[in-house]
Design a protein around this ligand. Sequence first.
Ligand SMILES: NC(=O)c1ccc[n+]([C@@H]2O[C@H](COP(=O)([O-])OP(=O)(O)OC[C@H]3O[C@@H](n4cnc5c(N)ncnc54)[C@H](O)[C@@H]3O)[C@@H](O)[C@H]2O)c1
Length: 264
Amino acid sequence: MGLNRLKDKVAIITGAASGIGRGVAELFVAEGAKLVIADINVEAGKATAAALGDNVRFKKTDVTRSEEVKALVDYAVSEFGRLDIMHNNAGAFGALGSIFDLNDEGYDFTFALLTKSVFLGMKHAGEVMKTQGSGVILNTASISATTPGYGPHLYQAAKAAVLQMSRTIALEFGQYNIRVNCVSPGGVYTPLIGNMLGVDEEGIKQAADYMATTIPLNRVGTPQDIANAALFLCSDEASFITAQNLIVDGAEATGKRYQDQGMH
Ligand SMILES: NC(=O)c1ccc[n+]([C@@H]2O[C@H](COP(=O)([O-])OP(=O)(O)OC[C@H]3O[C@@H](n4cnc5c(N)ncnc54)[C@H](O)[C@@H]3O)[C@@H](O)[C@H]2O)c1
């Protein structure tokens, strides 16, 4: 049981059928929130909602489609009467490879999934929150938004755009008492890594074990690590924090240790 830090708050989390989003969903519900899980994976979305109890609904949503994101927001309001928290989190690596391997379709797909989705989430949730006079938006960015070398080209560019768009919209939304922040995970043990590498659970573990050796805290992150940061940013404890990016990466992207570069 949690401390009811989100008591009576109504939240939407996109991409909550798996990985980080699911971890955030579990913690938000334990802290008293009512929740709509949005995902394109219907089977996993329904199973997650059922596992989390009576205060949780599932709504099939493709976050790249404006009318579906609007319908999602309308659904949350019709089920629970309001919308306090919008966590735009769904994503995948998108198009991979050298710039010479990338094409227009891959570009459009990646930016629709990672950047347009966040724009749509902020726009449609913002409409309701503006009328309400309060709300919190949290966008999942990445350490790759600020430090090159942590993902494919278009993924990194799309996440950088999420960061800047979050800041600029935070400035517009301040007058409506809507806060907008980002959480930026480093490497987290989720199916996202396996989907990119085309490997199974064992392959993900091997990749995560290797990744851990590059992280000063000597382990990869967990969905719970990111959920704890999300809870803080979405709770009233963060009521004077907006337009910020909270990096949760065990110092992965801070730089290489001096001694690891052969120095003393
Ligand atoms: N895992 C990491 O190391 C890591 C690091 C930094 C940032 N992130 C970011 O965290 C977020 C969550 O990633 P994760 O690791 O939990 O991945 P995941 O694959 O475990 O979960 C992503 C979820 O998003 C859903 N999704 C994909 N496309 C969608 C769409 N069009 N509409 C609705 N839902 C869709 C998937 O079905 C899945 O349930 C992503 O934005 C990702 O870029 C992950």
